[in-house]
Ligand binder design. Structure first.
Ligand code: SF4
Length: 466
């Protein structure tokens, strides 16, 4: 085991028994921390929570270009590229903050603990169970002698990852991310999430309602429900996702809820019906498809077929004709022959969806997908991605164009003085307000606008206040 040198340079116990004792935070008063997050919304929400935890210890965020005393890197391992970016980010943080105490957590830290701990300058690696007790682990580590410690690695098994770290983080003043679920029990053949984040688990509806009420009391207007497999909510508590949605819908002060993503097989017809008439759940859905070929879906061990997916999309549009529907697609997965890709392309083309999030397949060590013999070349992956992205652009532009000339309520977000102000309609159309109309007091306010034409780079519709 590598032992660091110099200021706090040591690798600390990774998966130790949590030592319950009063934490003395005096050593942290006045310290500065820098954060770096890679990956999904859930990671960003969790990093905000880590920031709040450290602030309670007296640690404030380091300003841009200010040297930090503590660096926290929250990693992702969704692709090989993500792994590389994590290693680069860790090294950069170490280089830019000489002598800082460096903590690494997140999916890559969980899956590649030894690799991460061997990076020069890393002091503490926290796995999925340990990160909820960041403060405790950091305090323990901080007070230990700086050199000469040998620590033993003990790898965490998937079923051991059971802690749930609550998180309701404020992305900007307007939007909060409420973590309603963590982990996944699906084991799709290409995915490492169950190994990185553990099995599906969730807190109670009552605790989530309390967090939403707190966000409302802080002035939050919009909450995005985040998680890994949100529709699986209830495994731990025996409650249902629909009951959670109904309970949150009653939280006064929150004007908008969005659901970050729902597996098609868990997107109940009843939930769609409810959202169509709810007070605050927006006509905005994100449904991962991954492939529009039934043969590839079987190879991926996804729990639905294209017929079920089409039924869900068509039902959303029947109940909420203006709904925005985002869809994830993975291209070039093992087994995706040119014919299967064409099936996928035409299936997506036929559906009333709004936007595609296209991901090229990336080989992940230890996954069952590696046993599928047919491999797609990088060149074909690029070509397929390009075709789907072009299709996505056309669909998004057609969707936006339907609303030109109509009125809408837009929740505006903070803008720098003299710059255009942005916001979103209920159905997630990005709207731009010219600097001459934008005012600071519109930040975090819902304003009625008339939607005009596309802006210069076609990423938003121009709007005028009514
Ligand atoms: S549903 Fe499948 S792809 Fe999504 S996190 Fe779970 S295992 Fe991974």
């Amino acid at each position: 085991m590598q032992i660091g040198s110099g200021y706090h340079k040591k690798i600390l116990p990774l998966y130790l028994i949590i030592i319950k004792k009063m934490i003395d935070t005096s050593a942290f008063q006045g310290k500065k921390a820098a954060y770096y997050t890679l990956g999904c919304k859930l990671n960003f929400a969790e990093t905000s929570t880590f920031g709040k935890m450290l602030e309670q210890m007296g640690v404030s965020p380091a300003a841009k270009n200010e040297k930090a005393d503590i660096c926290l890197i929250n990693t992702c391992s969704v692709t090989e590229v993500a792994d590389t970016k994590c290693r680069q980010a860790i090294r950069r943080m170490v280089r830019e903050n000489p002598g800082a105490f460096v903590v690494v957590t997140g999916c890559y830290a969980q899956l590649e603990t030894e690799t991460v701990s061997k990076i020069d300058g890393v002091d503490l690696v926290l796995g999925a169970n340990e990160k909820a007790d960041l403060v405790q682990h950091l305090s323990e580590a901080w007070s230990m002698p700086r050199e000469g410690h040998l620590h033993q690695f003990q790898s965490v098994k998937t079923h051991d990852i059971r802690s749930f770290q609550p998180s309701c983080a404020c992305g900007n003043r307007t939007r909060y991310f409420l973590k309603v679920q963590d982990g996944c029990s699906y084991f799709c053949t290409y995915c490492t999430i169950p190994f990185a984040r553990g099995l599906s688990r969730n807190p109670t509806i009552a605790s989530l309602v309390a967090q939403a009420e707190e966000a409302a009391s802080e002035g939050g207007k919009e909450i995005v429900l985040t998680g890994v497999n949100i529709g699986d909510f209830g495994r731990t508590t025996g409650e249902s996702f629909l009951d959670l949605v109904k309970a949150l819908d009653k939280v006064e002060g929150i004007h908008r809820f969005r659901i970050s993503s729902l597996e098609p097989d868990l997107l109940d017809d009843e939930l769609i019906e409810y959202c169509a008439h709810s007070r605050a759940f927006m006509p905005h859905f994100h449904v991962p498809l991954q492939s529009g070929s039934d043969e590839v879906l079987k190879l991926m061990r996804r729990r639905y077929d294209t017929a079920l997916f089409a039924h869900k999309i068509n039902l959303i549009k029947e109940k909420m004709p203006n709904a925005f529907i985002g869809v994830d697609v993975m291209v070039g997965s093992r087994g995706e022959t040119p014919e299967y890709f064409e099936d996928c392309y035409h299936f997506i083309e036929s559906l009333p969806i709004t936007q595609l999030h296209v991901f090229p397949y990336s080989e992940r060590p230890g996954t069952a997908a590696l046993r599928i013999p047919y491999v797609v070349s990088d060149e074909d992956k690029k070509h397929r991605s390009k075709r789907l992205l072009e299709l996505s652009d056309r669909k998004t532009a057609d969707f936006y164009a339907q609303f030109i000339g109509q009125e809408a309520d837009v929740l505006f977000e903070k803008a720098s003085r003299g710059k255009v102000m942005h916001g979103f309609t209920p159905n997630y159309i990005r709207v731009e307000l010219a600097p001459r109309e934008a005012k600071e007091e519109f930040d975090n306010q819902i304003m009625r606008v008339q939607l005009g034409n596309f802006n210069h780079d076609k990423t938003a519709l121009r709007a005028t206040l009514i």
